[in-house]
Design a protein around this ligand. Structure first.
Ligand SMILES: Cc1cc2nc3c(=O)[nH]c(=O)nc-3n(C[C@H](O)[C@H](O)[C@H](O)COP(=O)(O)O)c2cc1C
Ligand code: SF4
Ligand code: SF4
Length: 289
């Protein structure tokens, strides 16, 4: 059976306590005990501070550090300078407008995205949830024009081959697959970039092939990345053509067999500014109250 997480493999078991509690600051409220997902922080008698369980599991989720009301608790693998107080200065209305204002952008200006900006986006993407906090999603960033164009050429070749094979097999020329492939090939042959849209940067996310949740880890990290980008005026589009099927990108990027490519996003400054929100169908929901 495939082992899917550090929890299953036991890799997360700790021989030594990872959590330190300053008894002078601890008020024995028990919140760290309550929130620890693998129940590795144990309550003690009376006002004695809790302690990390012998051979406890630790996901490195940081919930204990985050929840402590007095700042008494620290995690030995989490540097204090990387832990910031949360000041919820946003309103639901602001967040809603922010989310509704994001569009998939397919026309980019020539302005490159600065390395520091890309680094910030990846830093935030790495904060996204992941199964058992394994953080199993890795990124490859393409900013080299020739590399992006080469990837695009590989994707186009795949579509051209598919197109020709379908026609040769005698399918109806109006078959839906041919209908979406044909315009891509026509645009490409006319000198356009129908896959990566001329974006100055492309971010690819991949995870271990043996992780059943790898696709989700990649998808949600890329969502964080795209939303952070949107907040900074950098826009994006998920380029499904470039990772479905994933083998083309996998091969082009030179990923090892250990990994699977799950997401590819084009990033850049937008050529056009979207000024209004759009309408979507209402959520399709079944309520079972
Ligand atoms: C694909 C995926 C599956 C998850 N499955 C579970 C789960 O079954 N039970 C659970 O308690 N948390 C689950 N989580 C939450 C993770 O454990 C959590 O994201 C991780 O520990 C990091 O904590 P954070 O989200 O608070 O930053 C899952 C997260 C992801 C992305
Ligand atoms: S980091 Fe998470 S798993 Fe580890 S002790 Fe703290 S709450 Fe528990
Ligand atoms: S959350 Fe902080 S104050 Fe409360 S018991 Fe844990 S260490 Fe002590």
């Amino acid at each position: 059976m495939t082992k899917n997480s550090a929890l299953e493999t036991g890799e997360a078991i700790q021989a030594k306590p990872l959590v330190e509690i300053d008894p002078a600051k601890c008020v024995a409220c028990g919140q760290c005990v309550s929130v620890c997902p693998p129940h590795s922080i144990i309550r003690q008698e009376g006002k004695t501070p809790p302690k990390f369980a012998d051979n406890g599991w630790c996901l490195r989720c940081g919930h204990c550090v985050s929840v402590c009301p007095t700042g008494a608790l620290s995690h030995i693998e989490m540097a204090p300078e990387n832990i910031r107080a949360i000041d919820p200065a946003w309103t639901p209305e602001m967040i809603e407008m922010f989310l509704r204002s994001k569009r998939s952008v397919r026309h980019f200006s020539d302005k490159p995205v600065a390395r520091e900006t890309l680094e910030k986006l990846l830093e935030v993407a790495a904060q996204a949830p992941s199964d058992a906090n394994q953080q199993d999603r890795s990124f490859m960033v393409l900013t080299d024009r020739a590399l992006i164009d080469g990837y695009e050429a590989a994707v186009i070749k795949h579509f051209r081959d598919t197109h020709d094979q379908l026609l040769a097999s005698g399918v109806d020329p109006m078959f839906w697959k041919l209908l979406y492939i044909r315009p891509l090939l026509a645009k490409y042959d006319a000198g356009e970039h129908p896959i990566f849209r001329g974006a100055p940067s492309v971010v690819c996310a991949y995870a271990r092939k043996d992780n059943n949740f790898g696709w989700y880890n990649c998808a949600i990290a890329m969502d964080y990345l795209m939303l952070m980008a949107h907040s900074m005026g950098v826009e994006s589009c998920i380029v499904g053509f470039s990772f479905n099927p994933s083998e083309i990108g996998h091969k082009f990027l030179g990923l090892s067999d250990k990994y699977q490519l799950h997401s590819v996003v084009a990033l850049g400054y937008p050529k056009y500014r979207f000024r209004r929100t759009v309408q979507r169908r209402p959520a399709d929901v079944i309520w079972r109250s």
